[in-house]
Design a protein around this ligand. Structure first.
Ligand code: COA
Ligand code: AMP
Length: 631
């Protein structure tokens, strides 16, 4: 007999329908479902088919009608503008209903797409919820992406309206969003006829007459719009994430399964009761922001914090402790990189002593593996449980976690603990055979995935099958490699594709290579992710120049750095590249990126048997030394 965790997990796998039907009772349905799990279209699974609901109703109106109208729903805390603003559930409902009216007046209806390209302001959450209210599908694009990335998303999502802001505020600089938005609209093939732009005092922008509406004016002219019931299986949002090429994957999230799963996670994974304050220090442009700044805390009747600032520098490494104390946060969620940044500035954690953290109970970390140093530092300084949990944009919530609301399991450093209920996590070899405990292989999840996980990719059913389901029949491929130990603890070790994780941000090295290859002097290139103490990984480029290029290497490298920043965005953090004569390859022409990474990171490595010319690795080692890698 196991404990409560084992019992819950066993039940979720043995009887998924019973398990999730029970969880679904916590959601308000306009029409109950016909089937909990619909597998009639295998390998595409649908949850709660026949059911109808509205996600915004469940996140806002439901609480207003049931005694939480005057409770804080969202607290906007912005050290970069010295602003604090609290929205009660009633106020957030009213603002959202009005903005839904503004969107409707701009022609947005059920099923239409709306792109949200905004900094961390409450209006971003309001725009998302307003789309949900109308049954429209939002697609939030992270503000650190450049115009070209936005244009790619515009062409894929074909939005009726784009909601944006005049600027974002990064420490030390204003990011003008409007020129990026204008450029993206110009680059895109899909015609964008309407934008709604929030004017921010830090840098108001010019509006294009006939196309751009001012947010404040659109709100003043709008009438509140009611919630539109949608099918449980209708998409709530599309969130683009890095794939193995420059063409990002549009991860689709449904309404029903998402609401059921996310509300369930608040109590069962995060151990949070309605009414408590929950803070996810992330960005609405990432899945963490979608799930745990906006939807889950609101579905659960919590107060959520929307923080426009950084862990350090706004103004100092005590910023997180200030927010925790000032807003009486019970549970916080962020990425390990944020803690590494704090630890670097205040290694002794002296600033923690300046704040009353008596309400603070648990710290959750995700986005990348929590390295044992960071784990132990946070445990020691904060004296609360520190929980690493593993998930992906695709799953929308944890694949593995220490479920604090079910049973707190002992923490093992380096492991996100055990499979979350609903997730049947296994390790398999290339032939899809299960591997014994301790052996590294592909981490896969047996189908069906639980509610809230992606049902498909936007307008790309076949790509969904090819990318996630084809390689290991009957399983979802996470594209992470790792192992499960004797106690069932999962260890996530590395990606099996070209994705790298920079400061908790997921980026494709293949996408960067596409940009570098477009430079007229570059004949061939490779990008690898090298270890970085602060950000986890950083991209590093190798450039082979065309014969006859006379210009200096430094000039070309700096142009390439600029190109990646312009094409992908500052978030790529692409700052280093080296010019090399040749790239190391196998005899069949495959670039030996893995070996190059091992050399850069000073790991032990073996000469690949299939290498075409071993001398190329000596040349690479020499070049790496020149930029501070490879020892
Ligand atoms: N809009 C415009 N630019 C942005 C941006 C945004 N929303 N977010 C980041 N950028 C820019 C930064 O200003 C920086 O630009 P620079 O090259 O001119 O300095 C660049 O993108 C890289 O940003 P980032 O990787 O965040 O590095 P940083 O040095 O600014 O900060 C940390 C490092 C660790 C403090 C920061 O990454 C952080 O707070 N991470 C928290 C974790 C997190 O949010 N994870 C998301 C998933 S949970
Ligand atoms: P994203 O889709 O941006 O959330 O990135 C998902 C990827 O980040 C995963 O596939 C992992 O490679 C990595 N990741 C996220 N959380 C963890 C974690 N707790 N441990 C190890 N890797 C993680």
């Amino acid at each position: 007999m196991g404990g409560r965790y084992e019992e819950t997990h066993r039940r979720s796998i043995a009887d998924p329908e019973g398990f999730w039907a029970e969880a679904a009772e916590a959601i308000h349905w306009n029409r109950r479902w016909d089937r909990v799990l619909d597998d009639s279209g295998k390998p595409f699974y649908r949850w709660f088919t026949g059911g109808e609901l509205n996600t915004c109703y469940n996140a806002l109106d439901y609480h207003v009608e049931r005694g939480r109208a005057d409770q804080a729903a969202l607290v906007y805390d912005s050290p970069v503008t010295s602003t604090r603003r609290t929205y009660t559930y009633r106020e957030l409902r009213d603002e959202t209903a009005r903005f839904a009216g503004a969107l409707a007046a701009a022609g947005v209806g059920k099923g239409d797409r709306v792109i949200v390209y905004m900094p961390m302001v409450p209006e971003a959450a309001i725009a998302m919820l307003a789309c949900a209210r109308l049954g429209a599908i939002h697609s939030v694009v992270f503000g650190g992406f450049a115009a070209n990335e936005l244009a790619v998303r515009i062409d894929d999502a074909k939005p009726k309206v784009i909601v944006s802001a005049s600027c974002g505020i990064e420490p030390g600089r204003i990011v003008q969003y409007k020129p990026l938005l204008d450029r993206a609209i110009e680059l895109a093939k899909h015609a964008v006829e309407r934008t709604i732009v929030l004017q921010r005092a830090a840098h108001p922008c010019d509006l294009v007459a006939g196309r751009d509406l001012d947010w404040a004016q659109a709100m003043a002219a709008a009438r509140p719009h009611d919630c539109v019931p949608v099918a449980a299986t209708d998409p709530l949002y599309v969130l683009y994430t890095s794939g193995t090429t420059g063409q990002p994957k549009g991860v689709v999230r449904d309404n029903g399964g998402h609401a059921v799963a996310l509300k369930w996670t608040m109590k069962n994974i995060y151990g949070v009761e309605p009414g408590e304050v929950f803070w996810a220090a992330s960005d609405v442009g990432w899945v963490v922001g979608h799930s745990y700044i906006v939807y889950a805390p609101l579905l659960n009747g919590n107060t959520t914090i929307l923080y426009e600032g950084k862990p350090v520098g706004t103004p100092d490494a005590g910023a997180f402790w200030r927010v925790l104390a000032e807003h009486q946060v019970s549970v916080m969620f962020t990425a390990p990189t944020a803690f590494r940044a704090i630890k670097k500035e205040d290694p002794k954690g002296t600033l923690i002593g300046d704040y009353d953290l008596s309400r603070f109970r648990t710290l959750f970390l995700a986005g990348e593996r929590t390295d044992p140093d960071t784990l132990h530092w946070a445990e020691e300084k904060l004296k609360v449980p520190v929980i690493d949990h593993w998930w992906q944009t695709e799953t929308g919530w944890s694949i593995c976690a220490n479920c604090m609301g079910i049973e707190q399991l002992p923490v093992k450093a380096g492991s996100p603990t055990r499979a979350a209920p609903g997730m049947d996590v296994q390790v398999v070899d290339e032939g899809c055979n299960r591997l014994p405990a301790g052996q590294i292989g592909a981490l896969v999840v047996k189908l069906p995935l639980p509610p809230g996980s992606l049902p498909t990719l936007w307008n790309a059913d076949q790509r969904f099958v090819d990318a996630y389901l084809a390689e290991f029949p009957g399983y979802y491929k996470t594209a992470d490699a790792g192992y499960i130990d004797e106690d069932g603890y999962v260890f996530v070790m590395a990606r099996t594709d070209d994705i790298i994780n920079v400061a908790g941000h997921r980026l494709s090295t293949g996408g960067m290579e596409e940009v570098l290859a477009s430079h007229p002097d570059v004949a061939e290139c490779a990008v690898i992710g090298v270890a970085d103490q602060l950000k986890g990984q950083l991209p590093l480029g190798f450039l082979v120049l065309n014969a006859g290029v006379e210009r200096g290497d430094a000039e070309i490298v700096s142009e390439c750095v600029k190109l990646v920043r312009e094409q992908i965005g500052p978030v790529a953090a692409f700052k280093t590249a080296v010019v090399v004569k040749r790239l190391p390859k196998t005899r069949s022409g495959k670039i030996l990126r893995g070996t190059m990474r091992s050399i850069a990171d000073r790991e032990s490595w073996k000469m690949p048997a299939t290498i075409d010319d071993p001398a190329t690795l000596d040349e690479i080692t020499e070049s790496l030394r020149g930029v501070g890698y490879a020892g």
